[in-house]
Design a protein around this ligand. Structure first.
Ligand code: UFG
Length: 335
């Protein structure tokens, strides 16, 4: 049995590929390398460079590789970019996902794991956010993902396909064995940015808004370590393969940290006092997103192993150093 991982050369998908290989699974990666990296995919996985919206290509892969499950990670994920260019988000995240689903149904794929997001909840008044909290995304990114959730529900009713929708909160950290981490030079995520500032790879951190109705005025998020998140995917896959029902689960720890608190942890762990500037709010940012994470613990028996923001930051720092050394080495070889 083979798992097709779209976006498997990227940050989260790449960690899924490592975990599947560690578990002895066969893996095919489909990635157009728009934000992923060829080097991130181990040789033990088959890397196909292409687009998950290319139905002919996906049909050929599904026909050839004995795929029983699709784990769909490939997506555009930057909230402010989705506000500026919504069509790109609906095209990539929604329309192409429909094409992927059509291929899945055509090839009688039974299991589908979908990377969804806490952004489907918008700005909920209740915290922590349970899966029953009304869905009211406030940006095109969240809407582009929610539409796929709805498509999956309908498709699963009409066809022999079951799904796991995993709604990620803020994913951070790196593989504890040091094999992979967040590698995109353009990543905008807070921990990545703060770690880059600590290592002197960028000039300080801008805090986007300190006038939110939160304990210190900055936004609150639930930061989940990437391998813990991937454990949830493996459990979801095992659940579906055992014949378990389709499910939708939040993926977070159920605790929130403010932007200023995260910045402080990065300063403490790195020992570097980088500049922190309070600037204006960023479009599309809800004040607080904290996961109600009971369902995933009960239904999938998920037990996080890295729920420690100091550890998450240490992993991110280690990975950023490796990346930096790697790029220096690549430059050296060009000379
Ligand atoms: N932030 C800053 N300065 C920065 C970067 C971020 O203040 O340089 C703030 C943001 O304004 C926000 C918080 O840090 O308040 C977290 O921002 P990120 O960009 O790290 O992450 P988002 O919360 O915008 O989005 C992430 C994922 C989404 C997911 C969401 C769910 O990118 O896919 O978490 O919480 F939907």
């Amino acid at each position: 049995m083979t798992v097709l991982v779209t976006g498997g050369a990227g940050y989260i998908g790449g960690h899924m590929v490592l975990a599947l290989l560690d578990a002895g699974e066969q893996v095919v990666v489909l990635d157009n390398l728009s934000t992923g990296f060829r080097w991130a995919v181990p040789e033990a996985a088959k890397l196909i460079i292409g687009d998950f919206g290319d139905a002919q290509l996906v049909d050929a892969i599904l026909a050839e590789h004995g795929v029983d499950a699709i784990a769909h990670f490939a997506a555009k994920i930057v909230v402010p970019e989705s506000v500026a260019d919504p069509i790109a988000y609906y095209h990539n995240n929604t329309a192409k996902a429909l094409s992927l689903l059509e291929c899945a149904v055509r090839h009688k794929i039974k299991h589908f794991i979908f990377s969804s997001t806490a952004a489907v909840y918008g700005e909920p008044e209740i915290s922590p956010i349970s899966e029953q909290t009304p869905l009211a995304p406030i940006n095109p990114y969240g809407r582009s993902k929610l539409m796929v959730e709805w498509m999956l529900q309908d498709v699963a009713k009409a066809h022999d396909l079951r799904f796991a929708v995993l709604r990620y909160f803020n994913v951070a950290g790196a593989d504890p064995k040091g094999r992979l981490g967040q590698s995109s030079p353009k990543a905008t995520h807070l921990i990545k940015v703060a770690v880059q500032a600590a290592l002197g790879h960028r000039k300080g951190v801008d805090v986007f808004g300190a006038d939110y109705p939160t304990r210190d005025g900055s936004c609150i998020r639930d930061y989940i370590q990437v391998t813990d998140l991937i454990d949830a995917h493996l459990l979801a896959l095992a659940h579906l393969r055992k014949g378990g029902e389709s499910l939708t689960c939040n993926c977070g720890y159920g605790r929130g940290l403010s932007v200023l608190e995260v910045v402080d942890v990065v300063k403490q762990v790195s020992g570097v006092k980088f500049d922190v500037r309070i600037s204006g709010r960023r479009p599309g940012d809800p004040a607080s997103l904290v996961a109600g994470a009971d369902r995933i613990r009960t239904m999938l028996h998920w037990t996080p192993r890295h729920d420690d923001v100091g550890e998450i930051v240490r992993q991110a720092l280690d990975w950023e150093r490796r990346l930096h050394n790697r790029s220096i080495e690549a430059d050296r070889q060009k000379v």
